[in-house]
Design a protein around this ligand. Structure first.
Ligand SMILES: [Zn+2]
Length: 626
């Protein structure tokens, strides 16, 4: 689901404000107390000692100021050695061991052709702006954002000590190379098609065909992947293009681009001048008015870099007792409703129904928190940026070590306090962190209709439906990219999807900035299916209860409560800047359309609120995929 939002002027340091942000704020305040206590009492226990030391180094602004750019000096020194294409490749190789993704990125990926295997995946990367269109297009506010970005690049080079003229020249070099990369990159809509980003060319293909001039042997050896031969790339042409760029750009320009990548990554971890300058860009993209207080940024750092240590106290306090069992029951109820739906679906033929049911039956779910906590075996000192560097390297090594090993189905991609959830198509697995399973989304004392509407529909049903959206439906029960659809059913699925694409393409994020119906199709299908299926799950559950749950609460019927709870989960105010950025680069529709765009397609909504036929919220034509 990836609910990537921040908030509006309500508190000035957030770019959106609503139910999700209220839960997030509450989590942050709780974790702050945990971390302050841990920092004040080192030696209490190993977990507290570690998270306490990490937080203490982050919060110590004087020490951060004093350290200056010392923590990133080793990275800059490597870049200074670039004098031709070969030394540029060496610098890229070094930066990748530090997880600075200049030009491209490397990581583990399940082989789309055989999901039991973890292979190496190379993907496009290396832009400072959110998507290639920011470099190449002129629609909406893109030209303004580009201008702010270029001025920001100049200032960052000035902070590094270059005079105005030299800084401008460096910034121009970095931006020119980024623009060249943007031209080579795939756009977000192309990337929704798994076939477009999966090319098993292997090491041989890279070395012999795609980019022979790049020293792949040395590159892989330095990432501790010297024996790895199974490699997929997003687009072979991209790597040919990069190899060419390394040969054609002047060494000084390559140094500027690589330096920019390091500064862009590390500015938020350096002294005040750097942090403030990094915030200029964040402000432009999110509408954030003020920099969040340091403690909040530090809580997020500990969560991002030592998440499964910090998460332990969160789970103890906020997800205890039978919370997990109740969330599991709700998950089972929603999955069961999908099974009933699959049995009765008129547009699906039996040849497709079989594998669809198999996919649903094999769908796994992780609830709340991991059964086994991860270790973080790296030293934590008093230098904050150096700690971030160590944590980053450690996590990268952990990720790359997965390559060539069997798939670990229990490795979480989110930490327990995260107010979010996800579905992973290659694992056919959904994950619901404890942070999302909190009031007002989920609560022991809540009317069941509220838990079904908000968590059942908005979270569980949504994630489950991702297994069957325009992207997820291309993977089979075992996570292989394999077409299990009959031709005629696929065509009907395509027509139903097009209805959703057309519907959302008409909506505006802010006046004159329309949503991209194709970019948001998967999330919109998941929203619509989730709410519809969890409603069926609720009705089925209600039918089996004796005594039946309370019918009316504060003047609302329980059916009305169901839809109200869903809508409230997306009750959210967002800055126009963030709404615009979302429309340009985020696969989710803005919150208001996650409510109204979904409700107009719900067969249960009109009867629940006694809306006359063909009124605004019950249009004659409703889109329905699931
Ligand atoms: Zn989603």
């Amino acid at each position: 689901m990836r609910r990537l939002h921040e908030d509006r002027h309500d508190p000035a340091d957030r770019s959106s404000w609503g139910a999700i942000q209220i839960v997030t704020k509450d989590n942050e305040e709780f974790l702050k107390k945990v971390l302050e206590d841990a920092a004040a009492h080192p030696g209490k226990d190993p977990v507290a000692t570690k998270i306490g030391a990490y937080y203490a180094a982050c919060i110590d602004e004087d020490a951060v100021e004093k350290a200056g750019i010392t923590p990133i000096q080793p990275l800059l020194d490597e870049i200074a050695k670039v004098k031709d294409a070969a030394t540029a490749a060496q610098a890229v190789t070094f930066l990748h061991t530090e997880n600075v993704s200049a030009f491209f990125a490397i990581g583990p990926t399940q082989d789309y052709g055989d999901a039991t295997k973890v292979i190496a995946g190379l993907d496009q990367a290396g832009l400072g702006l959110p998507e290639r269109k920011y470099y190449l297009e002129n629609k909406d506010t893109i030209p303004r954002t580009r201008k702010v970005y270029q001025a920001h690049q100049v200032k960052m080079f000035q902070l590094l000590g270059r005079d105005a003229k030299a800084a401008k020249a460096s910034a121009d070099n970095a931006f020119r190379i980024e623009t060249a990369l943007a031209r080579l990159q795939q756009d977000d809509i192309t990337r929704r098609d798994p076939h477009a980003i999966y090319h098993r060319i292997d090491r041989e293909g890279l070395e012999k065909k795609v980019a022979p001039s790049f020293p792949w042997g040395d590159y892989l050896a330095k990432q501790n992947l010297g024996t790895v031969t199974a490699i997929t790339v997003n687009d072979p042409k991209y790597y040919t293009g990069i190899a060419k760029l390394l040969g054609s750009e002047k060494p000084a320009a390559l140094q500027d681009y690589l330096t920019w990548m390091v500064l862009n990554d590390y500015a938020p971890e350096l002294g005040k001048a750097w942090v403030d300058e990094a915030f200029v860009m964040q402000k432009e993209l999110s509408g954030l008015k003020e920099l969040p207080p340091r403690w909040r940024r530090c809580v997020h750092h500990v969560d991002a870099e030592l998440g499964e240590l910090l998460g332990q106290s969160y789970v103890k306090a906020r997800f205890a007792g039978d919370s997990k069992a109740r969330a599991v029951d709700l998950t089972k109820a929603v999955l069961a409703a999908m099974r009933v739906e699959l049995d009765g679906l008129a547009w699906m033929d039996d040849a497709t129904r079989g594998p669809a049911k198999q996919k649903l039956d094999k769908m796994a779910y992780l609830v709340g928190y991991p059964d086994k906590w991860r270790n973080y075996d790296f030293a934590i000192g008093k230098d904050f940026a150096a700690n971030v560097r160590a944590a980053t390297k450690f996590e990268l090594a952990r990720q790359l070590a997965k390559i060539g090993k069997p798939v670990d189905r229990f490795d979480w991609e989110m930490t327990p306090p995260t107010v979010n959830a996800y579905y992973e198509p290659t694992l056919n697995e959904l994950a619901l962190p404890a942070g999302q399973l909190q009031p007002p989304f989920f609560g022991q004392a809540f009317h069941p209709a509220v838990n079904f509407g908000s968590t059942g529909g908005g979270t569980i049903g949504h994630e489950m439906t991702h297994g069957f959206d325009d992207e997820g439906s291309q993977f089979d029960a075992d996570g292989n990219l394999h077409d299990w659809w009959s031709k005629s059913t696929k065509q009907k699925f395509g027509e139903a999807t097009k209805c959703v694409v057309d519907q959302y393409s008409k909506y505006e994020a802010v006046p004159k900035v329309r949503l991209d119906g194709k970019l948001t199709a998967g999330e919109n299908i998941a929203d619509n299916g989730g709410v519809k299926l969890a409603y069926e799950a609720y009705k089925s559950w209600r039918g089996k209860q004796s005594p039946a749950p309370q019918k009316d609460v504060e003047g609302f019927s329980d059916d009305q409560l169901y839809f109200l709870a869903y809508a409230q989960s997306w009750c959210e105010k967002v800055t126009p800047e963030l709404l615009t950025t979302m429309a340009h680069s985020n696969p989710h529709s803005p919150p208001m359309w996650r409510v109204n765009g979904v409700i107009v397609n719900q067969p249960g909504f009109g009867p629940a609120f006694k809306c006359p036929a063909s009124s605004p919220m019950t249009p004659a034509r409703q889109c329905s995929v699931w």
